[in-house]
Write a protein that binds this ligand. Structure first.
Ligand SMILES: C[C@H](O)[C@H](O)[C@H]1CNC2=NC(N)=NC(=O)C2=N1
Length: 106
């Protein structure tokens, strides 16, 4: 399956099952975003965001990050695929998910 091609719905379900706490939020048509809100205090959340930015530079794939008072929300979709979900989105989410415990992000 090409890396930046949209995933079929059954593939999305299988991959989402490996990412506890993440959800797929449908958009118009086939568009969707992969999202999670992490909970941690503000300054550690900013440091987590910086770590995520480094991962994104490495993967050349970028989420929208929203820094709140005690939350960091991550939202990712593939613009180049018309806002549909591709393996790139799940690769980024998996990396973020794997470093979250080091930031005590829940
Ligand atoms: C040239 C470069 O690979 C593209 O612009 C990348 C960069 N990061 C990206 N990030 C996301 N989320 N979607 C994209 O389509 C995308 N495209």
């Amino acid at each position: 399956m090409p890396y930046a091609e949209p995933l079929p719905p059954h593939e999305i379900s299988l991959r989402l099952a490996e990412l506890p706490g993440w959800e797929v939020v449908p958009g118009p048509g086939d568009a969707a975003t992969l999202r999670r809100t992490y909970h941690l205090p503000h300054l550690p959340a900013a440091i987590f965001a910086l770590h995520i930015a480094g991962i994104q530079a490495e993967l050349d794939h970028h989420s929208d990050l929203t820094l709140g008072y005690d939350t960091l929300s991550v939202s990712v979709t593939t613009h180049a695929a018309g806002g549909r979900l591709t393996p790139k989105d799940f690769a980024l989410a998996t990396r973020i998910h794997s470093v979250a415990p080091a930031h005590s992000a829940t």
